[in-house]
Design a protein around this ligand. Sequence first.
Ligand code: F6P
Length: 335
Amino acid sequence: MVAQTTLTQYLKNHTTPELASTITTLATASVAISQLLNKGALAGIHGEAGNQNVQGEAQKKLDVISNDLLLNALTHNPNCAGVASEELDEINPANDNGTLLVAFDPLDGSSNIDINMTVGTIFSILPYHNQGQKATEADFLQKGANQIGAGYFIYGTSTMLTVTFGAGVAMFSFDPISQTYILINDDVRISSDTAEYAINASNRRYWLPPMQQYIEELVQGDTGVRAKDYNTRWVAAMIADVHRILMRGGIFMYPFDTKITGKAGKLRLMYEANPMSFVIEQAGGASTDGVERILDITPTHIHQRIPVVLGAKNEVAYVKDLHKTAGILANGDRA
Ligand code: F6P
């Protein structure tokens, strides 16, 4: 029998003690979240918590529980100088002498909980340089390219962890018997071409012309300019759609739309777009807001939203070209 590599062993050989300790803290919290999800209705976690989060969305009970679990665990980790959560208005300073900042979405796709579908926890780890001072929101406003770690825990038919430290992508599966994450792939790669795409097509009328054109071309399949048939897959939880792309290729889009005035897109730069873009690029894919590489965008606000197009390299380049030809300059501005 081939010896199995545990997460602890992997971290020891592939990253710094500080990052290893932070991932271990996240992993411990993920096991608690996964256990609550497994109990489902029996744990009394279904339904609304009665609050709204900073984005004006109703919070599910488990959103709140997951947020508290992660926040509490990370703020007690001495390596962690500050924590930002999609569910909280303000960042939380933690340990002044820590060297890392962690931003997380505690439960992505949380409307899936009540229907027993996949959800997950996404995390982004940035360096902290102001030791001896309390971390502020400004410390978090770094380009995604500065991330030193990112990934997600996915709670699906099994619980898994996908992580990158900037040298490829590793995937782990949680073994409920030994209660440990076991390495299942130490070099996740995605194909540069695809025939599968993910988008919420009901927003079509709110998209920019190049995005409308792109989806129209895919729908035309082998009768159109792309000369091949494409298939749609849409779980409606970014975590699950991105995980599928890492497993079998594809392109995922939540593009610029005019549905919510003043918001460039639905997904959050710090908690969703940056960590997923880092993972996708490290697996050989690409990621853009339609114009710029997402990892090159300097955030202006901790809860900033951004259009997202990520996955198969050639397909992402094609979408970018359509935007360029249409004269789209940035985040939906027209030439
Ligand atoms: O940001 C939350 C989220 O649930 C993403 O995970 C997902 O891709 C998206 O919203 C789905 O939103 P909608 O159903 O409005 O298209």
